[in-house]
Design a protein around this ligand. Sequence first.
Ligand code: SF4
Length: 272
Amino acid sequence: MDHPLRAWRDTLEELGVMGLVREPLPPSPAPEPRLEPARPAAPPRPVAPSRPVAPAPRSAAAYVPPSDPVGCPPPDVVAGAASLGELEQAIRGCLACPLGPCRIKFVFGEGDPGARLMFVGEGPGRDEDLQGRPFVGRAGELLDKMIGAIGLKRTEVYIGNVVKCRPPDNRTPTPDEARACLGYLRRQIELIQPAVIVTLGATPLRELVGVTEGITRVRGQWKRVVVGGREIPVMPTFHPAYVLRQYTQDVRRAVWADLKAAKEWVDKAAGA
Ligand code: SF4
């Protein structure tokens, strides 16, 4: 038996009225975008200078240094450098550790080649990598002030680092990287023959002097390092970047006391 509705539907169809046949629903309109209050346009980001494209080593273990004398300066060439200029010439193409291929500029160090006071930091940061000079960013400005506070100018001291190439993201150099570079720093010290070395932060104290205790514990306590058969007094103090982060009166007083002690020793050595 026919369903009564079917007959009714057929009648409507004949009349051209199709309302009983459900048409597919039109797609629902897209939701109106929510109006957010207009944000101020972000200032354009500074464009970083392009780095030389160099294959980044995947890990320190995977890095194979070159064997040529430019990429890996032989120890006898380093030891035979008779001046800081000669040493820099010999090592500025160095790729002996994984930091080399990532650098923009090699940061040898700078200052008075006959300085009585030498500062040793950890390694170049972003500003130093861009300029090829040690301690030129905010930490460098503070170091300049620290040097000025003891009555000296930056040009009257020597400033160097444990590693000459910037560690990525300013991380601490690995022990292998520090070891690969340390011979260069030691030759610098032999050539400069400072009366006193001030180490800035834990890394130079650990890598150059072999002291592994925390810097907070040992800062202000005299240590010694033997370089080229000469024993040199070492005054450990905080890195200027740490002082900027912990800009308290206690930290500033501590650094001031350390630098004052170093300067007194320099003056005493000069008078002896
Ligand atoms: S950090 Fe030192 S050892 Fe490593 S590539 Fe640079 S100069 Fe050479």
